[in-house]
Write a protein that binds this ligand. Structure first.
Ligand code: 3HC
Length: 311
């Protein structure tokens, strides 16, 4: 039956239809979907740390309430995505172990420090803006549960991006000191935001297969270019400059040309030697250890309930 099942899988992909948990799928497809969904979930959970750092120090109640809502959204995105990974037979506890032990990755972008409150605005504007560029196409990903999770997550990401842009617009209309804070944050987050889209296509081991299986709908470089084209006009509205002297409109291409990304920095951060990697993983490990009693209590309660209903 394998050839028929494989043919059915291939036809479903070719017809732009969804692969569902009950369908037969190649082991390689399962593995790459678990890898991608789990690392996306890890990114959401770790991503709560840089922003959470400013919740107690937000400059107003309104900013605190917005930031609180955003960080709670990220937690929800993480849990949503771990559930999507479970539909492929992954075990959530195992995925957490892999994150904590460094066997699975999370997005490089969260290994940079948030030094001032302007970073909260720049993360919303640039990091969530990049996430939207990367995730909107994933709403059409061939694996059903992942695509459906993306639809809801993208709606919340657009709130994240809007609140970040509005925060920066407010600061840019403030004092010279506030304007300097915004420019300083943009200078620090611009290049790491471009690295979020992954290595250049020519050095991406997964892109070709992920495109063939319609998991990815665009390549890393295509989405990176789309993000640059979308963001440059927004920077002009904000009145900030982007830290790339080679950034300029290329009428022939119909896109912005931009400078070379420092791929050695990217490799350093992805391999665990970024500014905050050790701190981020240690924090996650501590949260997991401190939370053990909650997991044990919930399991004991569930066992008691099961006993009572079996009696
Ligand atoms: N940070 C860390 N690792 C990265 C990376 C990054 N920015 N970009 C690529 N990598 C890793 C890949 O995971 C892969 O390693 P692995 O084999 O151990 O998984 C290796 O580098 C090669 O990269 P590829 O481009 O070949 O890998 P992919 O085809 O998986 O593409 C990706 C990478 C574009 C990130 C893709 O996995 C993807 O689109 N993932 C779903 C979206 C996602 O995870 N976004 C995270 C952004 S953070 C976020 O969304 C939170 C929001 O609130 C801001």
């Amino acid at each position: 039956p394998q050839p028929d099942l494989r043919r059915h899988f291939q036809r479903t992909i070719e017809r732009d239809q969804r692969i569902e948990p009950r369908d037969w799928l190649p082991e390689e497809y399962r593995k790459t979907m678990i890898r991608m969904i789990a690392q996306h979930a890890h990114s959401e959970i770790i991503g709560m740390q840089p922003e959470g750092n400013w919740i107690t120090r937000a400059p107003s109640l309104r900013r605190k309430a917005i930031l609180l809502a955003k960080v709670q959204d990220e937690a929800g995105h993480g849990l949503y995505l771990y559930s999507a990974a479970e539909t492929l037979g992954a075990d959530r506890a195992e995925l957490t172990e892999k994150l904590i032990s460094g066997k699975q990755k999370y997005s490089s972008i969260f290994n940079y420090p948030t030094l001032t409150f302007a970073d909260v605005g720049v993360i919303g504007w640039l990091v969530d803006g990049a996430a939207i560029c990367n995730q909107v196409p994933l709403c059409r990903s061939s694996y059903g549960p992942y695509a459906r999770a993306m639809i809801r997550i993208c709606k919340e990401e657009s709130f994240h991006q809007r609140q970040g842009f509005e925060l920066l617009l407010t600061m840019m209309r403030g004092t010279p000191r506030q304007r300097d804070m915004v420019q300083d944050a943009v200078d620090r987050w611009w290049w790491p935001s471009l690295m979020m889209f992954g290595p250049p296509d020519a050095e991406s081991p997964h892109t070709e297969q992920s495109m063939a299986w319609k998991i990815k709908r665009h390549t890393n470089d295509e989405l990176r270019q789309r993000f640059v084209d979308m963001t440059v006009p927004q920077a002009e509205v904000l009145g900030v400059s982007l830290p790339d002297p080679e950034l300029k409109w290329n009428a022939e291409r119909g896109h912005y040309d931009f400078g070379e990304i420092d791929w050695s920095e990217f490799k350093q951060v992805v391999s665990g030697n970024g500014p905050c990697n050790a701190q981020r993983v240690a924090h996650r490990r501590a949260a997991h250890t401190d939370g053990a009693w909650v997991r044990e209590a919930a399991a004991a309660h569930a066992a008691k309930r099961a006993e009572a209903s079996a009696a």
